[in-house]
Design a protein around this ligand. Structure first.
Ligand SMILES: [Zn+2]
Ligand SMILES: [Zn+2]
Length: 155
């Protein structure tokens, strides 16, 4: 088998996504063994994932913003919006660390479990949000860089 991008070179490996042959140069190009076309696709998917997460966060921010009555101060409403926006991050962080030990609880136990988990999610989310936002920004920038690199190589 020959390299997909270099017809004169023998393939020494295959792209982990599409199975195309890759020469030594192409094999060592990225941190994983992947062809340019597939890496571009992966970067595109990562970018979409970041945007999707932003779309989840923004409505939650507004839920928090309008949760309190108008008499509440604007600052406290902003803070609540911020805390609500962090809810998905807190929830997913908890999902990773809580094993399903509560599976055989009676219904009251389930309600209590979810109330506690909800409260903890808000708390953890408030701390996780800046970190996650930073990480998402990095992921997005990295994906953009990969795509720019592949594009400039192709032309
Ligand atoms: Zn591929
Ligand atoms: Zn090659």
């Amino acid at each position: 088998m020959k390299c997909h991008d270099h017809n004169d070179s023998d393939a020494v490996s295959q792209c982990c996504d599409c199975g195309r042959g890759l020469c030594p140069q192409c094999t060592n190009k990225w941190s994983i063994i992947i062809c340019d076309a597939c890496n571009y696709q992966r970067a595109e998917k990562e970018k979409k994932e970041v945007i999707k997460n932003i779309y989840i966060t923004i409505p939650l921010f507004f839920v928090g913003l309008f949760f309190l009555s108008n008499s509440a101060s604007f600052v406290s409403r902003i803070i609540l919006g911020y805390i609500f926006a962090g809810l998905p991050w807190g929830w997913s962080a908890l999902n990773k660390i809580t094993p399903n030990v509560f599976l055989f609880l009676p219904i009251g136990g389930w309600v209590l479990y979810f109330v506690i988990k909800f409260m903890l999610s808000l708390l953890i989310g408030a701390f996780a949000l800046p970190y996650k936002a930073f990480k998402h920004y990095k992921t997005y920038e990295e994906a953009k860089k990969i795509q720019g690199f592949i594009k400039s190589n192709a032309s």
